[in-house]
Design a protein around this ligand. Sequence first.
Ligand SMILES: [Zn+2]
Length: 393
Amino acid sequence: MLDANKLKADILDDMRVDLSEEFDRNFERKGFFSDKWKPRAHDYSRGSLLMVSGDMRKATQGEVSGNGVRFSSAMPYTNLHNEDGKITVTAKMKRYFWAKFMQTKDESWRRMALMKVGKVITMPERRFIGDGPDTASPFNIHDFCARERLYPGTVQSALRLLQQNGYMTLTDEQEHPARVMFCVSRDDLYKIRIQRDELDHFIRTLLRLYNGVFSSFRPIDDNRIAAAAGCDVHCVRETLKSLWRMHVIRYIPSSRSPMILFDTERLPTADLYIAPQTYRRRYDMMHERFSNMLRYAESDEECRSVAISRYFGEHDAAPCGVCDVCLDRKHRGKRGGELPEKILSLLKIRPMSVRELIDSVGGDARRAAEAVDKLISEGKISLGAQGKLAIIE
Ligand SMILES: [Zn+2]
């Protein structure tokens, strides 16, 4: 009798051995299965593909996990650019796809299982291993939000959380070099060099300094070209522009854009861990900010300008004299002089209860009460046995 679990375990183990070998061979042929590794997309990333060491190769391992084979790397430097994970179907893979179909009843597995051996496919779960650390790309938050239909505030918060947990760093705007690529054939370029003698020297310099400029955009340094061509930077830029107008080159002038740097290898979403403390810290910071704001809005004692200065860490600011709090204090000072006289003149007519007096004075009840207290303490009025205020004769 066939043991289904045993069979599944065997298939998965076969998969593991098979794919481990494949991965291992990737290091030898510097490619992902049938495809060569692409050169890095950006020249500003540190390190190089050649830094792939024996240690890293050993550190990449597969293990049967649940119903799949999981590949992971113990080394932080694993940098397999396996975006285009194309795989040639083998008999063993077909068995694996059948097993997946049996288990999930998902039609897509059945479709894959029915494929012929030798067919090249793109794996549905393409990223066995994510982008490595030290990869960098320009990141424009506005473009990103527009493309992904996300709210910038949410994206910013998410980036901050990821940054606080050491996954990535978003840099400020920085200078990116201009890029150039030829968009004519070598033969056509040769013709242009013959026809336009004045451009020949410049084009030759460009080709000498930047090889590969025929197949891809290359970052260029205007100053370096100027020095090599024996002209000034302005002339270099103008010549590049005219070559661009002639449709000889494609030219991306230098730009400023923030960069996103991956500090660790790119992890599957399920493996992303955000420490609860970081949420807590964000909460506390937000809480403090709100309570500061509330205190600012509610206070009618502290000058607005002083409050704002204190928020920004300046503790010896002088009252501005023109904000609502300062103006109110000035007016109160003026009226403060009138208030005791008003109370005394009212009590001269007849003794009154505190409530009655405050109502008769009108205006701010608290200030009237303060004025009454002050008059009592000065011995000018007193609170009698019937609870009525009267002038002390
Ligand atoms: Zn003020």
